[in-house]
Design a protein around this ligand. Structure first.
Ligand code: ZN
Ligand code: ZN
Length: 217
């Protein structure tokens, strides 16, 4: 008999003025979880994890835009877990106070240091679950997605949305890089579920068929 591992636990919160989706994914054997983007509602996130008896092990940042890091000071201080981010988003991270002003966010507390640099192709683990880091710049220089190949799941931050893509007109954005990143995402299996930083979940196949930006722009 072949054992199949049980489906992971995935929690979703929609937080802040830009309606940012943040996620936790947990291994159901070890009850270890990671938070994908600490965008806000830190106390709710920590309470919900605790209520589900999940142990937070890390925060993995898809990128350093304010709506994805606004909860990080509180989360890091309360949990003490390490924070992972791609180094190419460090300039944005350091400019968090200006970003807050630009997008009408309240002033942030002290942002924690980034403990681990993410890089393309890197393997990350949470319990029995394994993710590959895909560096998919364009929306921001250090944008990454977390690809759980065995689960057919892709947490993509603000690269690809249902029917749309992330903005490419912000400081550090690049249309050229975005095009290359989308080409790369087209190579993922059609059935791959995409859990984006804004809006509803979709699949790679769905976006290849109906998203005009996947057709080239
Ligand atoms: Zn963004
Ligand atoms: Zn966003």
């Amino acid at each position: 008999m072949r054992e199949t591992s049980p489906a992971p636990t995935i929690l979703t919160w929609v937080v802040g003025p830009l309606q940012t989706s943040i996620y936790a994914i947990a291994c159901t054997r070890t009850n270890e979880a990671v938070l994908i983007d600490a965008g806000g509602q830190a106390q709710t996130v920590l309470k919900d994890l605790k209520d589900q008896e999940l142990t937070l092990k890390a925060v993995w940042q898809t990128h350093a835009h304010i709506d994805h890091i606004a909860g990080l000071p509180e989360i890091a201080q309360a949990s003490g877990v390490p924070v992972y981010m791609h180094p190419d988003d460090m300039p944005l991270y350091r400019a968090a106070p200006q970003q807050a002003q630009m997008f009408g966010f309240a002033a942030l507390g002290d942002l924690p240091p980034i403990d681990h640099d993410l890089s393309d192709g890197q393997t990350l683990k949470v319990g029995d679950l394994q993710a590959e880091v895909l560096h998919v710049p364009g929306h921001s220089p250090g944008s990454v997605g977390f690809y759980f190949k065995e689960l057919g799941l892709f947490f993509g931050g603000d690269v690809l949305f249902a029917g749309s893509i992330g903005r490419v007109d912000l400081p550090g954005s690049s249309i050229e890089q975005m095009r290359a990143s989308l080409e790369r995402l087209k190579q993922l299996p059609d059935a791959t579920q995409v859990l984006p930083g804004h809006g509803p979940a979709t699949t790679i196949g769905q976006e290849k068929r109906y998203n005009p930006f996947m057709q080239g722009f």
